[in-house]
Design a protein around this ligand. Sequence first.
Ligand code: FES
Length: 168
Amino acid sequence: MAAAMETTKSDLISAECRAEIDQWVAKYPLDQKQSAVMAALRIMQDDNGGYLTTELMDAVADYLDMTPISVYEVATFYSMYELSPVGRHKICVCTNISCMLCGSDEVVAHLRERLGIGLGETTEDGRITLKEVECLGACVDAPMCQIDRQYHLKLTPEKIDAILDQLD
Ligand code: FES
């Protein structure tokens, strides 16, 4: 009788995601594969429509030989990871000191009015999530926001309107 196939938590990771994670693992010494945890979480988040579940974090922990808590610590520390569903597009507005001094309050107010949602909320049609984040390292071009993977700098209400009009 054939032995039952042993299953592991990392079985949740698709072959495509494994291949991508492996590229990151290969960048580090053999005994340091946990260094790929941030990339692995991003890959799994993208593959899951923009957010992580406990099962996916556990799968990453298993795949990288880490304790689950170590992976949860990373996923809950960085604002780029989501632990609940988000809209098709994610607008992350920086409200840290440089952006605040250069008008992030107005940026947030304009976005709230245009989208009809508050910070941390998603439009009813699931199109856009609005989020407040800490400094994204583009202070010289404040106020700024990140939409999906792209930075948008020196924001004004007119610029914001033009950007929103181009989102699908
Ligand atoms: S304070 Fe906003 S990017 Fe640094």
